[in-house]
Design a binder for this molecule. Structure first.
Ligand SMILES: NC(=O)c1ccc[n+]([C@@H]2O[C@H](COP(=O)([O-])OP(=O)(O)OC[C@H]3O[C@@H](n4cnc5c(N)ncnc54)[C@H](OP(=O)(O)O)[C@@H]3O)[C@@H](O)[C@H]2O)c1
Length: 254
């Protein structure tokens, strides 16, 4: 199943950006591409313009809705071979000026939203002894970054979660991947007021994601140059990391 021979793929956050582009690239290649997001109208438009993309509107923060989506997909199309848990919420926020509502949204969509989908998927995949779960996290989860208080910690949690899942689910035949994009040009990043080095298109991001998933890779991170720099930052001792990032962040504010 980690070889790309998927018949049924479920993508959350399929109404926009990376998720929509993934659905477009799988259209006609996979028999049933199920897309979930809150915007039923956008999902409907995507489905109408495609051959094998089907809309399953739902809010990832609603556990019953996610269980309902998976049941409906499987009764209509058969077992979910690959689930790309991609729905996400980003808010630029200073730790000196917390907006608790936005912090909660980050945790509920980015982390608990994935949990709700996992709760629906894991028992079914375990019973079948196969399946592939891919979680879209972010390089923003590698280390603490300025102005990322409502986002980075949720993505760090997803990276940790993916490692736990890999250890526990692989013996049951379930493949686990974690996707760590750098900057991608989508509605999520459109209003960012800071430089976004190495930014790539959603089309490019989706191509890299699908290539990695077809190869059964655990971590799929891109673009390469930016990822290498971020991984290097992760290796730096605190005494070097904090002054360096502070200096860079001050420059980034112009
Ligand atoms: N763009 C980047 O630079 C970048 C970098 C690293 C990681 N990522 C991650 O990549 C993923 C996709 O982001 P994107 O850039 O494609 O952003 P996007 O264009 O804003 O798409 C976000 C998607 O998530 C859905 N969503 C948000 N809240 C939801 C909810 N409660 N229930 C169901 N769906 C929900 C949105 O649909 P509705 O609003 O219709 O519900 C939309 O389809 C996210 O997890 C993001 O954190 C993005």
């Amino acid at each position: 199943m980690a070889d790309g021979s998927w018949s049924v793929v479920w993508i959350t956050g399929g109404s926009s950006g990376i998720g929509r582009e993934l659905a477009r690239q799988l259209d006609g290649v996979v028999g049933h591409v199920a897309v979930t997001a809150r915007s039923a109208d956008k999902l409907g438009e995507l489905s109408a313009a495609s051959r094998t993309v089907f809309a399953y509107p739902g809010d990832v923060t609603d556990a019953d809705a996610m269980a309902g989506c998976v049941d409906e997909i499987e009764s209509r199309a058969g077992p979910v071979d690959l689930a790309i848990l991609n729905a996400g919420a980003w808010a630029l926020m200073d730790a000196t000026d917390l907006d608790l509502a936005a912090v909660r949204t980050g945790v509920e969509v980015n982390y608990l939203g994935v949990m709700n989908a996992l709760d629906a998927l894991i028992p079914k995949m375990m019973a079948r002894g196969k399946g592939h779960i891919a979680i879209v996290a972010s390089v923003a989860g590698y280390r603490g970054l300025p102005r990322s208080v409502a986002y980075g910690p949720t993505k760090a949690a997803l990276n940790n979660l993916a490692e736990t899942l890999k250890l526990e689910l692989e013996p049951h035949g379930i493949t686990v991947s974690v996707i760590n994009p750098g900057f991608v040009d989508t509605p999520m990043t459109a209003d960012n007021p800071f430089p976004m080095p190495g930014i790539i298109s959603a089309k490019d991001a989706a191509e890299r994601i699908l290539k990695g998933l077809r190869r059964g890779r655990f971590e799929i991170a891109f673009p390469t140059g930016f990822i290498l720099a971020m991984k290097l930052l992760r290796l730096l001792p605190d005494a070097v990391y904090f002054p360096l990032v502070r200096k860079f962040a001050v420059r980034g504010r112009g």
